[in-house]
Design a protein around this ligand. Structure first.
Ligand code: NAG
Ligand code: NAG
Ligand code: NAG
Ligand code: NAG
Length: 351
């Protein structure tokens, strides 16, 4: 009996530190991962992640790994979802809806994110209570298998990537049709090719209130807008290796391609936090030492934890029904997951 009490206590402790109780209580529902109800919850969670992400690219659902639904007192349901997501080619600042964004192909070196999400379903509405994500690029071996000539993505603070971004931004700012001088916001992706020797980079930019000429004369007087008055853009560039391509004195050798899109300002869309994050230099860029901007860094997280909780998380955690199981130690529920139809189908491709 003593050991049973200890087990129950342990269960309660574990239940309070992990996202779900260690043993599913008897009233746990285990719908199929591809059930429309589960797909609906997942779509809501994906939208939440896309609209709360501060770095890198929007993501798309690839597969629902697991799902568990627990009743919550006095009413509602708690959904515990594990999802596999894929990076799209839309930067998070791009106003294009994520559903209209293209998933990055394996040839381009795909990036996968795993997310554990806890949602509350109440009166037909979902609310995301916590998300815990981690993104990682497809392995270099996988890339070589499908594309022997493709090069893997480089670290975001790779000197060649950083230099290529500097050159690309200078080229963009030097164009006569830009009436604003733009600053770098973040480097989102970079890789090098050998034939021809070039760097391929993608980066986000933000407008200052200066023209290129004013920036040349008084860069210290050039400021970013605030609140909704910040102009963002996103650039893709191919920059040829200065030491190989073109005459040595050519500032911008022919062949470089710099393609920037300046986004329309979006009403109610403030990214002050993002600009502070990047340009206030309070926090080192999450790209340092990494090839991808990990989703774990993307949320508005002030503490060191990799889990982002909404402020309301404390009020919804229900007393774990594990306590009730003390009178019935026969583990019936843990057998159920075997019967559950999970994981679900791949929406895009296996990675
Ligand atoms: C997004 O896709 C939908 C459906 O294909 C289309 O109706 C809509 O115009 C697209 N939106 C944008 C901004 O491209
Ligand atoms: C900008 O305009 C000036 C004069 O119109 C022209 O000489 C110069 O080549 C232009 N620069 C670029 C980068 O297009
Ligand atoms: C940019 O904004 C700052 C602060 O609002 C101001 O001091 C500066 O004069 C502005 N620069 C230009 C070129 O308008
Ligand atoms: C991010 O944090 C700031 C300051 O802590 C807060 O004002 C803002 O509403 C938060 N944004 C999101 C999306 O949680």
């Amino acid at each position: 009996m003593k050991s049973l009490v200890a087990l129950v206590l342990l269960g309660q402790i574990l239940g309070s530190i992990t996202t779900s109780p260690p043993f599913p209580p008897l009233n746990t529902r285990l719908p199929a991962c591809d059930d429309p109800e589960v797909e609906h919850a997942a779509a809501f969670a994906v939208h939440h992640i896309n609209t709360h992400t501060l770095h890198g690219y929007k993501i798309a659902l690839n597969r629902i790994e697991s799902v568990k639904v627990l009743p919550r007192r006095p009413k509602g349901d708690m959904y515990y979802l594990e999802m596999d997501l894929l990076e799209t080619t839309c930067h998070v600042l791009d106003p294009l809806p994520a559903a209209n964004c293209t998933v990055r192909s394996k040839m381009e070196h795909a990036v996968e994110a795993d997310c554990d999400v806890k949602l509350l379903s109440l009166d037909g509405n979902f609310k995301v209570l916590s998300t815990k994500c981690h993104s990682s690029p497809d392995s270099a071996e996988d890339l070589r298998k499908i594309c022997p000539d493709c090069t893997p993505i480089s670290k975001l603070n790779d000197i060649g990537v950083v230099n290529a971004v500097d050159v690309a931004l200078s080229e963009f700012n030097a164009r006569n049709d830009t009436n604003h001088y733009y600053k770098l916001l973040e480097i989102s992706r970079g890789k090098h090719t050998h034939l021809p020797p070039a760097s391929h980079v993608e980066f986000a930019i933000v407008a200052t209130n200066c023209t290129a000429q004013e920036a040349k004369d008084h860069i210290e007087d050039c400021h970013l807008g605030t609140g909704e008055h910040v102009h963002f853009g996103f650039c893709k560039a191919t920059i040829f290796d200065r030491t190989v391509a073109g005459p040595a004195d050519a500032k911008f050798p022919p062949g470089d391609a710099v393609d920037c899109t300046i986004f329309d300002q979006q009403a109610g869309f403030s990214h002050t936090h993002l600009t502070e994050h990047h340009l206030g230099k309070k926090i080192p860029s999450p790209g340092v030492g990494h090839t991808v901007l990990d989703l774990i860094h993307s949320h508005n997280d002030t503490h060191a934890s990799h889990e982002s909780h909404s402020a309301e998380v404390a009020v919804v955690e229900v007393a774990s029904p594990v306590v009730k199981r003390a009178v019935d130690p026969v583990p019936v529920a843990p057998i159920l997951p075997v019967l559950q139809q999970c994981p679900g189908k791949y929406h895009h491709f296996k990675i």
